[in-house]
Design a protein around this ligand. Structure first.
Ligand code: OOB
Length: 539
């Protein structure tokens, strides 16, 4: 069949590669090995053909079988017109087929653009148009949402999208079950070329595309597996949406493959379903966001499942309050690892041999010795050691620019290639970072800056507070006033009680909430972080 993308447009238009000199240094130092992501699975299958690779409801397929399934998809996608360099928008729930489909696309030389299951029309149309996607891979439906209807509008609205592949009942589209083929040759992408695209977790505007190369992303996965001491006997459970960097490659699914560990997925992260998955697959490692970690810790009170296999719970994506960090081991019996990462690249991990204090009070230290970090003030000057400032970073797996976003890139990156994370951190002498907030997540209360993260951390220390979010509300006199939104267990405290509690903890008077609201739940982003944008809008 002919290619779906007859235009001359190339996938590298709008890609910002790491400059040649730095790239050469990363190769020379052995960070970039020249292995493509497709080869990562190939080499696992050669070394450990009979080892369990992927669990599903019917049992487990070994590495040889997973490898063959990925090849079948690769040839099948090619037969359906997917060519090397084509962007393919993928939006799948956490089902086992995610893994062979992802590798099938990679081996076809296509560039998967990984949308989250919770994305809807606005994000999907934007991501498809921006990437110039030629195809869209979905499941038929999840819960009461029918992705085929979204696909129908997408095909109408975004001209580049010519084909839709469906897992399950395909409706008018192509059934993924029929996309299996044979052949003897597959394209061999250059290792420094784009392997896949992640979606930015940005808190403002529409998501941006983050193009990660084979070289950088393989390093990301390999090195992360090493930091977690992931080995062949581990079972990695993908609990967060597999399209997110954290469960995909930190070390996640890809990291598991680099060491011959096995992979399981759960589409439902509720304690009931996730605990059942841990018990059933004897999962040893999984990753969650803080609200989920808190829920899991509480749920051991009423869930009966056997969690004894779990050795490591990774928590990241947003600040985990120290009080909640200390609950993890007693509640779940697993070691805690804090992970402060970003789809743009840089990852910080607490290490397995860090003291409990360090693990509970810091967000880890950089993955690689080659990660370059600066902590700067508002003028871009380095702050004194231990002082708070914005984190800037560059390194062997951090992008130098978003895909097709030159205007935004001129602000989000320094002229010498550092990514401006927007995160406020303090760096300890050990190199560990404490994340103290976001540059923009501050409330300007009559000229005084109130850090939302700081206030939330204090609120969470209150015994009845389960979740807390601080947001600014417009105020005629102050500009902004401080609103605390709480999810509580039991009787809600009054504003006066909360103020007294915070004052007793030593908080300055200008940081105390002016308004207190309680809610049954807080709105969450596609990956499960508290969604301040939506919260602010609803207030
Ligand atoms: C992860 O990636 P993204 O791209 O969804 O979000 C990145 C942003 C960071 O810039 C930071 O603002 C926040 O999320 N963040 C944290 C954090 N981990 C991420 N803030 C405080 N403490 C943490 N531990 O969220 C992500 C990617 C890979 C691994 C883990 C998380």
């Amino acid at each position: 069949m002919t290619s779906l993308s007859p235009t001359a447009e190339t996938h590298r238009d709008g890609f910002v590669p790491i400059p040649a000199e730095a790239a050469a240094a990363y190769r020379a130092a052995g960070y970039w090995t020249g292995q493509t992501l497709g080869d990562l699975l190939r080499s696992a299958a050669r070394q450990w053909p009979g080892r369990p690779a992927l669990h599903d409801a019917d049992g487990v397929r070994d590495y040889a079988r997973l490898d063959a399934d990925a090849d079948a998809f690769a040839h099948g996608f090619r037969a359906h017109g997917i060519a090397a360099g084509d962007r393919v928008l993928v939006q799948l729930p956490n089902v086992p087929a995610f893994v062979p489909i992802l590798f099938g696309l990679l081996r076809a030389g296509a560039i998967p653009v990984l949308a989250l299951p919770a994305h809807r029309r606005a994000e999907i149309e934007h991501l498809a148009a921006l990437s110039g996607a030629v195809a869209y891979v979905i499941a038929d439906r999840v819960g009461d949402f029918d992705y085929r209807e979204l696909a129908a509008t997408l095909v109408e609205q975004v001209g580049s999208v010519r084909r839709v592949f469906v897992l399950g009942d395909p409706g008018p589209f192509t059934d993924l079950a029929t996309v299996a083929g044979e052949g003897d040759s597959l394209p061999q992408p250059a290792p420094d070329d784009i392997a896949l695209m992640l979606v930015s977790g940005g808190t403002t505007g529409l998501p941006k595309l983050i193009a990660r190369t084979h070289d950088d992303y393989a390093f990301n996965a390999r090195e992360s597996a090493a930091v977690c001491a992931l080995g062949p006997d581990d079972v990695y459970l993908a609990t967060l949406p597999a399209a997110h960097n954290f469960p995909l490659a930190c070390p996640g699914i890809l990291g598991a493959i680099t060491v011959g560990a096995s992979i399981a997925l759960t589409a439902d992260s509720s304690p009931e379903a996730a605990f059942a998955a841990i018990e059933r697959y004897r999962a040893t490692v999984t990753a969650v966001v803080p609200p989920l970690a808190q829920l899991w810790c509480a749920a051991v009170e009423w869930e009966e499942a056997d969690l004894s296999s779990l050795r490591l719970l990774q928590v990241g994506g947003a600040r985990l309050a120290d009080v909640n960090a200390r609950e993890v081991r007693p509640a779940l019996g697993a070691q805690l690892q804090q992970v402060f990462g970003m789809a743009e690249g840089l990852l910080n991990y607490t290490r397995l041999d860090d003291s409990d204090d360090r693990v509970c009070t810091t967000q880890g230290r950089p993955l690689s010795a080659a990660d370059e970090l600066r902590v700067v003030d508002g003028e871009g000057n380095d702050v004194a050691p231990g002082e708070e400032g914005e984190l800037l970073t560059r390194g062997p797996y951090t992008i130098r620019g978003y895909y097709r976003a030159p205007e935004h890139n001129s602000r989000a990156f320094t002229p010498d290639g550092y990514y401006r994370s927007g995160d406020l951190v303090r760096r300890l002498p050990s190199g560990h970072l404490i994340v103290s907030g976001r540059i923009k997540d501050v409330i300007n209360r009559g000229g005084e800056n109130v850090s939302c993260d700081e206030l939330e951390e204090h609120l969470l220390a209150h015994p009845v507070v389960r979740h807390a979010a601080a947001v600014g509300l417009p105020d005629a006199a102050l500009g902004e006033k401080v609103c605390a939104v709480l999810v509580v267990d039991g009787a809600a405290p009054t504003l006066a009680e909360i103020k007294r509690f915070l004052t007793d903890r030593g908080l300055a008077a200008f940081k105390l909430p002016d308004v207190l609201r309680t809610a049954d739940t807080l709105p969450l982003t596609a990956v499960g972080k508290i969604d301040k944008k939506v919260l602010r809008a609803t207030l």
